[in-house]
Design a protein around this ligand. Structure first.
Ligand SMILES: Cc1cc2nc3c(=O)[nH]c(=O)nc-3n(C[C@H](O)[C@H](O)[C@H](O)COP(=O)(O)OP(=O)(O)OC[C@H]3O[C@@H](n4cnc5c(N)ncnc54)[C@H](O)[C@@H]3O)c2cc1C
Length: 555
């Protein structure tokens, strides 16, 4: 829709003005709202969901839980009170537990009066003269604000695969990222799950235990590691509470934002026996320590990586009794270069009589009918189809909104050839529009609640700076986005991530740009953000306040 049409559409709506409009009420949106209100700004957060929680509101599929870091470190770090007053129950908290936590936070910080739920932000365009963002909501409102803070989620825009006939399916059809509020009854049903990424691997063992028959349609086998989930021990919680400052200091230097020291040892320094003994211990303990805390070079050196990859492949062959199924489940890509997954009995599930595996590499889906999936080798009758097909990651939600910036240029046009940002925070031509966990930020490859806090702190400081200096707009200077993008590419090319097809590089979505969209700088990235602010926002251009522009033009 053109800017003119959007403006015409806005005229018939009730208009509300705010200092900042926040889009999203997940971890990031809640924190942004809390901090902005604390500065005395008028702010409102909007979310299309019917409750707060973001990811943890939507992803109610059976088995959904946190993978890294373990409780209580997947949570806010800014408030000791929140840590002290919430008793985490499981080491890898389940979706209901994280949702309970975020509801506790919303109540504790008294956020609800400034959150509007069940409201999608449908259109956003920038008025250059007035230096205001205009926003139309699905509930018929028109919002006007100088600052648009997009906390819309990296894993939020669900990916429905373009399979012929998918809309003809007449049974129950669910996407893991849009799971219904009420429990799904699998009893006595023939269920199909498409996808074996994190959501598939978490849900498959749970669904298999409840349904009559489960067929798993696998595109890529995974190096899944046992989660080792268990109740949090009271002494673990009290240790975190008593030594909170130390844990925070650890997180402040960890490249992934983790509370534990990382290993400084190379996998190649140990003998095969020493390595296998360490891997075996970590496999038994469970969790992602196996990848992130065993050896420092697993994601940088292929020879080092091969040692763990071969260990996990050996485990798969050992656990899965049928050799043909084991072979299909055995991955060959470079371990860790796709989102690393952890599970609760995933490979064991294939030993059940009611579970079948279809390898889509050798037996691809041809089409879907009203009651089945038809692959090259035959028909698989189904009552329920679960799409565990993930997300249009990182760029999906903002692209869907498709804001219109300077000169009426929309994001789709701006990103026609590549996704570019500056610092993962802003896009040239889109003044005062801030992204949290945006494209080319560390986003999903960092402890996300912590990363979100840091980015939002930076945004807040920036807004305060603009207001104090009487500056109207901030945006990246032309071209700095290209340099930043090059920087992101170069960092990835020095690791093993380069070369693996994954959603980090857009490979899961037909037609999406194939570029690595996650900044691998970790801690160094956050330091860089600080340095940029301290140095007067190098790489950004400022615009005078609208009143001055109007005065100068005689308006
Ligand atoms: C199953 C699963 C497990 C995960 N496990 C981990 C983990 O172990 N560790 C980790 O660090 N991260 C994990 N993540 C990533 C997780 O997304 C983040 O940790 C965190 O929840 C992100 O919070 P957020 O507020 O940035 O975004 P989200 O929680 O995604 O919230 C964004 C919100 O914005 C809303 N929104 C989007 N567009 C619009 C619009 N146009 N109008 C109105 N509202 C809109 C959405 O409805 C959503 O509620 C996991 C993700 C999934 C899906």
């Amino acid at each position: 829709m053109s800017t003119q049409k959007q403006a015409d559409n806005a005229r018939s709506r009730e208009t509300k003005t705010f200092d900042v409009v926040v889009v999203g009420a997940g971890f990031a949106g809640l924190y942004a709202l809390h901090r902005l209100r604390g500065l005395g700004l008028s702010v409102r957060a909007y979310d299309g969901a019917d409750g707060v929680g973001g990811t943890w509101w939507w992803n109610r599929y059976p088995g959904a839980r946190v993978d890294f870091p373990s409780a209580p470190f997947y949570g806010y770090t800014f408030s000791k009170e929140l840590l002290d007053e919430f008793d985490w129950e499981e080491r890898q908290p389940s979706q209901p537990e994280v949702l309970r936590y975020l509801n506790f936070v919303a109540d504790k910080l008294d956020l609800r009066s400034d959150i509007q739920l069940s409201t999608w932000i449908e259109e956003a365009w920038f008025d250059e003269q007035a230096e205001r963002w205009h926003v139309n909501t699905s509930t018929g409102e028109h919002l006007v604000t100088p600052f648009l803070l997009c906390a819309m989620g990296s894993l939020s825009d669900t990916n429905k695969p373009p399979i012929r006939g998918i809309d003809d399916f007449a049974g129950e059809l669910y996407h893991t990222g849009r799971w219904p509020q009420e429990d799904v009854d699998f009893a006595g049903k023939r269920v199909g799950v498409i996808g074996t990424g994190s959501s598939g691997i978490q849900s498959i063992p749970v669904i298999a235990k409840q349904c009559a028959h489960l067929t798993v349609f696998q595109r890529t086998p995974q190096y899944s590691i046992p989660a080792g989930n268990r109740p949090v021990r009271p002494e673990e919680l009290s240790d975190a509470r008593e030594n909170w400052e130390q844990y925070k200091a650890n997180m402040a230097v960890s490249s992934l934002g983790m509370p534990y020291p990382m290993s400084e040892r190379s996998a190649l320094e140990d003998t095969p026996e020493q390595r296998d003994a360490l891997y075996e211990r970590l496999w038994q303990e469970g969790g992602l320590h196996m990848l992130f805390n065993s050896y420092f070079d697993l994601l940088a050196n292929k020879e080092a990586n091969d040692t763990l990859a071969e260990f996990v492949r050996g485990k798969i062959r050992h656990i899965v009794k049928d050799p043909d199924t084991a072979e299909k489940l055995t991955p060959t890509y470079i371990l860790g270069t796709k989102r690393q997954v952890i599970d609760d009995g995933y490979f064991e599930t294939y030993n059940r009589d009611n579970v079948a595996l279809v390898d889509l590499k050798t037996d691809p889906i041809d089409h879907i009918t009203a009651n089945s999936i038809v692959t090259e080798s035959g028909e698989h009758p189904l009552d329920i189809l679960v799409l565990a097909t993930g997300f249009d990651a990182i760029t999906g939600t903002l692209m869907r909104l498709n804001p219109r910036g300077r000169g009426g240029v929309d994001l789709e046009e701006r990103w026609q050839e590549r996704f570019n940002s500056y610092l993962g925070m802003m896009i040239p031509g889109f003044p005062n529009l801030f992204m949290v966990h945006g494209v080319e930020s560390p986003s999903v490859l960092f402890n996300m609640p912590l990363g979100g806090e840091r980015e939002i702190d930076w945004i807040l400081e920036c807004i305060l700076h603009l207001r104090a200096a009487g500056i109207g707009t901030i945006e990246p200077a032309p071209g700095v986005d290209k340099a930043w993008s090059k920087n992101v590419d170069e960092a990835a090319s020095q690791t093993l991530f380069h070369g693996t097809d994954s959603w980090y590089s857009g490979a899961n979505i037909d037609g999406k740009h194939r570029q690595f969209i996650v900044h691998l700088g970790g801690q160094a990235y956050f330091q860089h953000l600080k340095d940029i602010a301290a140095g007067g926002y190098e790489g950004f251009v400022f615009g005078p306040a609208a009143s001055e522009v109007l005065e100068a033009s005689g308006g």
